[in-house]
Design a protein around this ligand. Structure first.
Ligand SMILES: Nc1ncnc2c1ncn2[C@@H]1O[C@H](COP(=O)(O)OP(=O)(O)OP(=O)(O)O)[C@@H](O)[C@H]1O
Ligand SMILES: [Mg+2]
Length: 244
């Protein structure tokens, strides 16, 4: 069995007295799609921000590609990328200009081909020359996904990647993610509140509740374990419990 590309052990983050993430451990294998599920405030975004080195953990370790994030930050971050709604880009640049800037920052070669390919893949031709400030939220989401794909990462962290997309584009993005995983062994950790998407996309799911892992396995395993009809029912049961 291949060794994991990401290994998280006893990871915690406290904001003051509040344990946003509370001692979680998990790993991701090459080419695996892991879904991070949980109610609002469960600690999903905080977890992703720690994996990106944007938030410093209170305790625990994060290893990627066999290296520790705290000591090999640059080498690791060259090989990962992310997409989320909290990304900001220079608003007065066009979509294409922003992608060029990112490509230059990462020191990529063959920039015109790469930018052209990604614009085509994400069907952004129509708005590639628009200034970023004028984009709709779904268009902006596609730009942040394009940014994430552009650097050809080995691990992608996606925080609600399809939240503002119309069903047609969301479906295309899911197909693209699966194709990248198949063709290049890309590993993906993503969050979503769309249960059908979680079931369709994830090889494995981790269910977070108040910063702790309360269930882990394939969608089917989790549904069976909780004796519910589907993942949505499991979600409702656990989310309501956590709000009691
Ligand atoms: N910088 C911060 N300072 C204080 N508390 C924070 C901070 N960031 C997050 N929190 C708290 O940590 C908890 C987890 O937040 P997080 O954003 O990780 O949740 P989430 O699972 O991503 O939720 P959602 O589904 O709403 O996106 C929340 O209670 C939130 O208020
Ligand atoms: Mg979040």
């Amino acid at each position: 069995m291949s060794s994991p590309v990401l290994d998280v052990t006893d990871l915690s983050k406290r904001f003051g007295d509040f344990p946003a993430v509370d001692g979680i451990s998990f790993s991701i294998k090459p080419g695996e799609i892991l879904g991070l599920l949980g109610p609002n405030g469960a600690g999903k975004t905080t977890t992703i921000q720690m994996l990106l080195g944007l938030v410093t953990p209170t305790a625990g370790s994060i290893r990627m590609f066999g290296m520790d994030l705290s000591t090999h930050r640059e080498a690791i971050l060259q090989r990962v990328n992310f997409s989320s709604t909290y990304i900001s880009m220079p608003q007065s640049l066009t979509v294409e200009e922003n992608l060029w800037v990112i490509a230059r920052l990462y020191g990529l070669s063959d920039i015109p081909r790469r930018v052209g390919d990604i614009v085509k893949k994400l069907e952004m031709e129509e708005f590639r020359t628009k200034v970023t400030r004028k984009l709709s939220s779904g268009q902006m989401t596609r730009v942040t996904l394009a940014k994430a794909f552009l650097t050809e990462p080995k691990i992608l962290f996606l925080d609600e990647p399809t939240a503002s997309l119309d069903p047609d584009i969301a479906e295309k993005i899911r197909a693209l993610l699966k194709e990248e995983r198949r063709s290049s062994g890309l590993s993906i950790l993503y969050t979503s509140h769309n249960m059908r998407e979680m079931e369709e996309m994830s090889d494995r799911i981790i269910f977070l509740q108040r910063g702790k892992i309360v269930a882990e396995g394939t969608a089917q395993e989790i549904v069976t374990r909780f004796g519910q009809a589907d993942l949505e029912e499991v979600f409702l049961k656990l989310a309501r419990e956590s709000r009691c």
